[in-house]
Write a protein that binds this ligand. Structure first.
Ligand code: VGL
Ligand code: ZN
Length: 213
């Protein structure tokens, strides 16, 4: 399976961004995404391909304190309700990816040895962070864009969970930051709170100039 066309030497370096490939987003997890585990072999194949070509593999990881404000349990509301957190609209989620729990760990089959750097997000209880680049209020950066630039990266490929939340937000910021951006659809799965959310997210990304392959 080959998605990338250039090696690290031809036209700038590339990075593979693995978004939130964690137990809680896989079947049996607290915020399970249907068939979320099916993306792991796709992510691994791409990671090997990138690492072999001298390109970079990085990962984002959703890591929340137990009292994170995105949890419905903190507000006495039902999961899936809309509210507000940190001045922005927030979907309230089940407790998930709590720091130090198995749910926050990477899927056990993910080839984590190929990840050169991890970017935690969602660590501040007062704001959620879907994008691997910025918190939802855009006030704090994870340092991902600066890191990629410091490594000479000009293009990124994104896979992970979930298409309609963290993958979409990460891809939107990647292209806005000036990286040529590709999303590998078979390496992503959606929450689909409403049927079709994943497809709509991919369509929106295409309209922004993201290559969805
Ligand atoms: C995510 C909801 C809440 C994701 C993270 O990784 O897409 N979604 N936290
Ligand atoms: Zn989260």
């Amino acid at each position: 399976m080959t998605y990338t066309t250039s090696s690290s030497t031809s036209n700038g370096r590339q990075a593979l961004i693995l978004v939130d490939i964690q137990n809680d987003f896989c079947p049996g997890g607290a915020l399970e995404v249907q068939n979320g585990d099916k993306i792991v072999p796709v992510a691994n194949d791409l990671a090997v391909e990138f690492a072999t070509a001298g390109n970079l593999v990085v990962a984002t990881r959703d890591i929340h304190p137990a009292d994170h404000g995105s949890f419905a349990s903190q507000h006495g509301t039902a999961v899936g309700e809309l509210g507000e957190l940190g001045g922005v609209t927030q979907v309230f989620w089940p407790d998930h990816c709590i720091e130090g729990t198995e749910g926050a760990d990477y899927h056990p089959d993910l080839m984590v040895e190929l990840i050169v750097r991890e970017f935690p997000k969602g660590t501040d209880a007062r704001i959620d962070s879907y994008s691997g680049f910025y918190d939802n209020d855009r006030r704090s950066s994870t340092g991902l864009a600066e890191y990629l630039r410091s490594q000479g990266v000009v293009a990124v490929t994104i896979v992970g969970l979930a298409t309609d939340y963290c993958v979409a937000a990460t891809a939107r910021d990647a292209i806005a930051e000036g990286f040529a951006t590709t999303v590998v659809a078979e390496g992503c799965r959606a929450v689909n709170m409403e049927p079709g959310d994943g497809e709509h997210a991919l369509e929106e990304l295409r309209n922004l100039g993201v290559a969805v392959v």
